[in-house]
Ligand binder design. Structure first.
Ligand code: ADP
Ligand code: MG
Length: 267
């Protein structure tokens, strides 16, 4: 069964796109056939990756009314594909989410992913309306992205409330977990925010938090996931290997694709 996860937060600039992109890369490296879909009209994934921003994607598929996965971008990893947003006509922005809902574009992306993908990850824009709301209604799991700073933490209850309300009205989406981002043990305010995140959301918080690290800016400057920043990836890229292992555990055993079990070290 193909699993779907949306990365969401009410507040912008908290690291959603960074987490979605690097988790997609880490999932693919673990062997899960992964599709990363950009639902942000600003084309956040395209902006973050060299060679992707001008390609057509979800927006063009919506405008044409054709197959929802046209323009799929293959990557260096055979298990990882991207569906960027692609250029959005300025005049279409206003009604974009309305058209997307009418055309059921997110639902159709999921239907068409069943054969070729184990996981479909959605990067969403800031805010809980528009494309975020549509993605949240269609996926089976949501990962709340919480920057470890006071204002971002104050915005979290709104997302959780929306998820509860969506479930009330029949949506399947459940909160898979909360991931803290841009944390630091060295800055007392950031450390206090990380502690607050733990004390407020306890078991829902992933053990792995994404530290604040200037390497992220280098990676976005180069337009690559952290794991491709150099032949010997920076230490912080290993955070996403840990995070996706935790996510897989929460998803259950069928998330990684094929059957799994111990592998003999010596034959
Ligand atoms: N852990 C981190 N440490 C340092 N900078 C980060 C980190 N995560 C994201 N950033 C930077 O913060 C900015 C916003 O991140 P982004 O992932 O685009 O957030 P969002 O998608 O929530 O708007 C980007 O410039 C990104 O490179
Ligand atoms: Mg973003």
């Amino acid at each position: 069964m193909t699993r779907s996860i949306a990365f969401a937060s009410l507040k912008g600039g908290v690291g959603k796109t960074t987490v979605a992109l690097n988790c997609a890369f880490a999932f693919a490296r673990r062997g899960a056939r992964t599709l990363l879909v950009d639902t942000d009209l600003q084309g956040a994934i395209g902006m973050s990756l060299d060679g992707v921003s001008d390609r057509p994607g979800l927006a063009a598929n919506l405008a044409r009314g054709g197959p929802p996965l046209e323009g799929l971008v293959k990557t260096r990893l055979p298990e990882l594909c991207l569906l960027p947003m692609g250029p959005v006509d300025a005049l279409d922005e206003d009604r974009f989410a309305i058209n997307a809902r009418e055309a059921n574009i997110v639902g159709r992306i999921l239907e068409h992913s069943q054969r070729d993908f184990d996981l479909v990850l959605f990067d969403t824009p800031a805010g809980l309306g528009g494309m975020s709301r549509i993605a949240l209604e269609e996926v089976d799991s949501v990962i709340a992205v919480a920057q470890c700073e006071p204002l971002a933490l104050r915005a979290m209850p709104r997302l959780l409330e929306l998820l509860a309300r969506l479930r009330d009205i029949g949506s399947a989406c459940s909160l898979l977990g909360v991931v803290g981002t841009m944390s630091s043990f060295r800055d007392p305010v950031l450390l206090a925010s990380l502690e607050e995140l733990w004390s407020l959301y306890r078991d829902q918080v992933f053990d792995t938090a994404v530290p604040r690290d200037s390497t992220f800016l280098q990676a976005s400057r180069a337009g690559v996931p952290l794991g491709l920043l150099s032949r010997r990836p920076p230490a912080v890229s290993a955070v996403f290997d840990k995070l996706v292992a935790e996510i897989e555990e929460r998803l259950g055993s069928d998330a990684g694709g094929e059957d799994d079990g111990p592998i003999r070290l010596v034959d």
